[in-house]
Structure formats: C-alpha cells, structure tokens
Write a protein that binds this ligand. Structure first.
Ligand code: NAD
Length: 433
C-alpha cells in the first residue's frame, strides 16, 4: 500500500519517474517544486535530507511466551516551523524509506494548512491484525521507551495512523508520562477525550472535506447546493464527509464500502444509512437503492467524486472513464501518478490529499494547543477554528495556482506553496553553525 502515498509526484509536468524507493519520489517532488518556484536545485537540497532518522529494536514477550524482536522507526523530516508532527503506523510494509517519505509529506501538509509544526512520522513493522491487545500494548510501550528522548510536546508529537488508534495513543501518553513522572497529554494527539483529546477530532477530517469541497466548487464557479456527490469508502472519513455534505445541501447519490456500493439518483438518506451500516456492518442492501460495483461508482457521472477509502483507487485502468466534475481526495494517495497525468490532460480538477484531508491534522494541532493550555474548547469553537484554517489554506492554494500559472493543477500548486513557506522560514532563521 503505503508506497503509493509517496509514489505520486506533482502532476501535469514531465511525469515523475517511478522509483523503487518512495523517498526518491519525494526528492523528485522537491525538484519539481523548485522548478515551479524558480529556485536553484541547491536551494532546496536541505529538504532532501531528513533532520533525524532513528531505527530501534523492540523486543517483546508474545502471548505464547516467545520473545520476538520488532523493528521501529521515527523520522523527523523538518522542524523549521515547529516541532515534528506525524503518525505512528503499524503495518507489515513499514520500512525506513517509507517512513522518510511520509515524514516529508507531513512537512508539506503542516506548512500548507499553516499550523506551527514540522513533519515527522514513525512506525513499527508488524501486523497488528494478528496481535492480541496485550501484545500491542507491550509493543507500544517498548517502542515509546526506545524513542522517549526524541518525542515530547516541544520536540515531536505522534498521532494515530494506519494500524493505530486512540487506544494506542493512550498507551503512548501513559508510558511517556510515567517515565517523566508527571502527566504530559501534549506528547501525542488523537487521544481519547478523557485523556486530553479534542472535541471535534473524530469528525475533523470529514468536516475539513466539506469545507474544501465547498470552497473548491465556489472557486470553479459552481455550488455545493444540489451538487451530486459520490463517496467511495464509508469509514471515519467517508461517512462523516457524506453526513456533513448532505446536511449542507449536497445530494449524496452513491456510496460504497469494501463489500460494494449503492446508488440512489434522488440522494441517499445519509442519517438512515449510518444507522443501517451500524446494524448490518455495511452499506450494501440499504433499502430503496440500487447496487453497484466500486468500478461503476468511481466512473459514474457526478459533480464531486470523493475517494475516501484506499490509495491507488483512481489509476490507469479507470482515469479515462472518470466522469466527475471535481475530485476531492479524502484518502491518502487515492490517485496514482499515471492517473494524475490523465486527469490533468482531461481537465478534471483534483484537490490533493495534503489539502483535502488536512482537517485531521488541523484539529490535532488544536488538541496539542488545548493540552498545553490545560483548557479545552467547546466543539463549536473547534469547528469554527477549523473552518478558518481550512478556508485560509484553500485560498493560499488557489492563489498559488494562479501565481505559478498552474491552471487547475492543484497538486503541483499545493507542493509549491508548502515548500515555499518552509524555505522562507529557513531563510529567516538562517543556518546555525
Ligand atoms: P476507515 O478504516 O475508517 O474506513 C475505510 C473505508 O473504506 C471503510 O468503509 C472500508 O469498508 C472502505 N474500503 C476499504 N476497501 C475498499 C475498497 N476496495 N473499495 C471501497 N471501499 C473500501 O479509514 P478512514 O480513517 O476513514 O481513512 C480512509 C482514508 O483516509 C485512508 O486513506 C486514510 O489514510 C485517510 N485519512 C484518514 C484520516 C482520519 O482522520 N481518519 C485523516 C487523513 C487521511
């Protein structure tokens, strides 16, 4: 999987070469942004070298009494604008090059939405689906103990990612706090509410997607009201986005999950669909809808296509058949680089993931701010601040696309705006020697 996240370069340019090493794709993105920004490649060299890369061995006793050694990573890509921020991934495919690429990607995302963080990422090569809760807890605590000196509210703040959740973040917070000798909720975000999590965090990525979709449609001279929206994936991101889009006046005409899709030309009743999914475990079979496959869903005519499931869903095999007026990337890396080129050529605008799904990291930032204050905001306040951040970021993207003459190539514009901010901050700080 995972790989795909960094395998995509800015689209609409001489297509990025495909590399075995995902960090090579990041290097290419950096060179691409340098060309757009009119910079000498030497000026961006520093972004190609993560500030710190750490590999740790994590021995734990498994439930069968055997000791197994896992490998863990933590990479701090850039800290020019603030402490590192990035998730902890538990997945069998985790390796150093992937973590480096994902850390760089966090640097761009945090800069684009203008939160005071740099980019980081961590992970452990393991298969959490085959591990017991006790094994996962021991793995997490030992991993945190190994990277204890490198994380902290002013250094590097982890969060959930693929294979980790609020439960794991609670163990991170507890292990760190016990070793420090005092409670330190600000060491990690995505925690349960009772341990210093933020109100509004759970729906934040979906709410961010609503805001970005509305802004992008307005920018393109279209309206959210009555817009026909297709949502792939009905998990945290897809279901919250669908619910909020429908409440804001859009018509959600098709939805899918891993088992298949459903469509209803008059608009799906999303509130009822949520209850149905809760009872049956899937959207499939929802009354008064027609079944359809994921391929049919991705290629049906609509105003907005919102891929919110997996990476690589829009690819060479279907990009020519996509009939959406706008694609807003809810998932990370749902569009391959080949598909990107086809979509740019066909004039279908794509709001890239680093912009579209950034609502989660924005509210993670708010969680960190509240933890550091020790004072927690009501949900309305979190949502109002999220709105302000996302609208500001989309505006910067729109202005960047115009300034760099990129037309509707919003992906390249997003990378260029983000890197320009980091490089300007570096220039202001100068080089410590
Ligand atoms: P999730 O596990 O809650 O939901 C995933 C959904 O996708 C489920 O409904 C699942 O059935 C569906 N799905 C899986 N395979 C599918 C397939 N082949 N076809 C159609 N549907 C399929 O995950 P999530 O938290 O909603 O994350 C979705 C994506 O958004 C991921 O790429 C994730 O990295 C990204 N993302 C999540 C957040 C967040 O805050 N949760 C933030 C940023 C990005």
């Amino acid at each position: 999987m995972i790989y795909q996240l960094a395998r995509r370069g800015p689209a609409g340019r001489p297509g990025p070469e495909r590399h075995e090493n995902p960090f090579d794709d990041v290097v290419e993105q950096i060179d691409q942004a340098a060309r757009v920004l009119g910079l000498d490649p030497r000026e961006v060299e520093v972004l190609k070298h993560p500030r710190r890369q750490v590999i740790v061995s994590i021995p734990i006793v498994m439930d069968d009494g055997q000791t197994r050694i896992f490998t863990g990573y933590r990479v701090l890509h850039d800290t020019t604008r603030g402490p590192g921020k990035g998730g902890i991934r538990y997945h069998p495919g985790v390796n150093l090059d992937e973590v480096k690429a994902l850390a760089a990607w966090m640097s761009w995302k945090c800069a684009l939405v203008d939160v005071a963080f740099g980019g980081a990422k961590g992970g452990v090569t393991c298969d959490p689906g085959t591990m017991s809760e006790g094994e996962l807890e021991r793995l997490t605590r030992r991993y945190v103990a190994e990277i204890f000196d490198l994380i902290g509210p002013t250094l590097d703040i982890p969060a959930p990612d693929v294979g980790t959740d609020a439960r794991v973040m609670a163990w991170v917070m507890d292990t760190y706090s016990m070793k420090k000798g005092y409670v330190e909720p600000g060491v990690v975000t995505g925690k349960p509410l009772l341990l210093g999590g933020s109100r509004g965090r759970e729906a934040a990525t979906g709410r961010g997607l609503l805001i970005v979709t509305r802004e992008a449609l307005r920018h393109l001279g279209r309206s959210l009201n009555g817009a026909r929206v297709v949502v792939q994936g009905f998990g945290n991101v897809g279901s919250n986005a669908a619910r909020l889009l429908a409440a804001a006046g859009a018509q959600v005409v098709a939805v899918s999950d891993v088992r298949g899709g459903i469509s209803c030309p008059d608009g799906v009743d999303v509130a009822r669909l949520l209850r149905f999914r809760q009872e049956t475990g899937s959207v499939v079979g929802f009354p008064r809808t027609e079944p359809l496959t994921n391929d049919e869903l991705l290629t049906m005519p609509c105003d907005v296509l919102l891929p919110a499931a997996l990476e690589g869903q829009i690819n060479e095999g279907n990009a020519d058949r996509i009939r959406a007026g706008l694609i807003v990337e809810g998932a990370n890396g749902p569009t391959t680089s080949e598909a990107d080129e086809i979509l740019v050529r066909r004039g279908i605008p794509v709001v890239p993931d680093i912009m579209a799904n950034a609502g989660g990291v924005v509210v993670s930032y708010f969680e960190w701010v509240q933890d550091r204050y020790g004072y927690f905001w009501p949900e309305d306040e979190v949502n109002a601040r999220l709105e302000e951040k996302m609208v500001g970021a989309y505006d910067a993207l729109r202005v960047g696309a115009e300034r760099f003459n990129l037309g509707n190539d919003f992906r390249t514009a997003a990378y260029a705006v983000a890197m320009e901010r980091i490089l300007e901050a570096r220039r202001l700080r100068g080089l410590y020697a």
